[in-house]
Write a protein that binds this ligand. Structure first.
Ligand code: AMP
Length: 179
């Protein structure tokens, strides 16, 4: 399966969760066995030779592909979660969203200065959540941070916001924000 074919399996849901948002629904691609395999294989090929020790997934759609990739490249999996979900001691970051503040947490002992990390999420939109995730991971002193999203929503400035914050920023496919 090609990336272009994969793109055809991402469903656009207009006006979800609020009017005016074109929601990119990856569940249609996840339910398609060849798409699922394509997403995993593409990421494995891109990240297998970089010495990555931990794949960090952002709750919740960043939890779907990340563990499969981690297993294939010989890395572990670390979750970044919403407040109050992780049981042990956490570190956290709060960041501005369109309306109000959002907070994300990670276990304090999940990463250390010997780790090389891939942070993964499903969609890069404005980049606010990924920028916060990078900042959170940086607190642990890791050696390198690679960033990957399945989809880049082009036109929202996410890539620009992340520029210079990570060792690389890479998305499998690009979709125009109004496409
Ligand atoms: P942002 O912080 O603006 O880059 O938003 C990224 C997060 O919000 C990701 O975790 C996505 O799952 C979700 N998200 C933002 N915009 C969309 C969209 N148009 N369709 C689906 N998910 C979105």
């Amino acid at each position: 399966m090609t990336i272009e074919e994969l793109k055809q399996h991402v469903r656009n849901v207009p006006d979800f969760p609020i009017p005016g948002i074109q929601f990119k629904d990856i569940t249609t691609a996840l339910a398609h066995p060849e798409c699922l395999k394509c997403m995993r294989d593409e990421l494995v090929n891109r990240y297998k030779n970089l010495g990555i020790t931990q794949v960090v997934g952002i709750e919740s759609r960043g939890f779907i592909i990340a563990p499969a990739v981690a297993m294939e490249i010989g890395a572990g999996f670390v979750p970044i979660r919403k407040p109050g979900k992780l049981p042990a001691e956490t570190i956290q970051i709060s960041y501005a969203k369109e309306y109000g503040l959002d907070t994300i947490q990670m276990h304090k002992d999940a990463l250390n200065e010997n780790d090389i990390v891939l942070i993964h999420d499903d969609i890069l939109a404005t980049g606010g959540s990924m920028a916060a995730a990078i900042e959170l991971v940086k607190k642990t002193g890791v050696k390198k941070i690679y960033v990957n999203c399945l989809i880049e929503l082009v036109g929202l400035g996410g890539r620009k916001l992340l520029e210079g914050k990570a060792d690389s920023i890479d998305c499998l496919l690009e979709i125009e924000v109004d496409e």
